[in-house]
Design a protein. Sequence first.
Length: 179
Amino acid sequence: SLHEVYIEAGRGEDALVMAEWLLKHEADPLRAHIARANAFQRLGKPEQAEQALRDAIKLRPDDLRLYGALARSMRERGDREGEIKLYREILDKQPDDQATLLALAEAQMADDDLEGAIGTLERVEQRYPGDERVSLRLGFLYYEARRFPEAAARFKRALAANPDESEIAFFLGVAERRG
């Protein structure tokens, strides 16, 4: 569409005009709100972009893509607190969504909330027990938290799934010695 051409060309003002036109003339304004968000992002106005995304969420409250776009905007702006709050809002609606839980854990790690990230990943591990990546992440988080017996248990599980990974074997040995 012409709006996307404006976005790609870096013509944010023109993209915003096109988005406003869409808002007035489209039967379903969802696309217009997303177009407004993209235009505001291009113009360097993240707060207005986030408001446009929230307007879109009001129209489609179950569309996780919209929440994902809003979370990305918050992350790019450095609003970890808002990003974490948004993930919790999503989890209120879909408590076991693995992608949201993993994103929450990443945001908690970036916010230096080690125990929060551990708790979130433990929740993922309980709900999705076959995911070795989560066990390995938990192993490293436990290691960082100096919870060596728990770290060793996760490293053993990860090493059993990846027997040729020398880094996992190394951390397992260190965790066992310190535990």
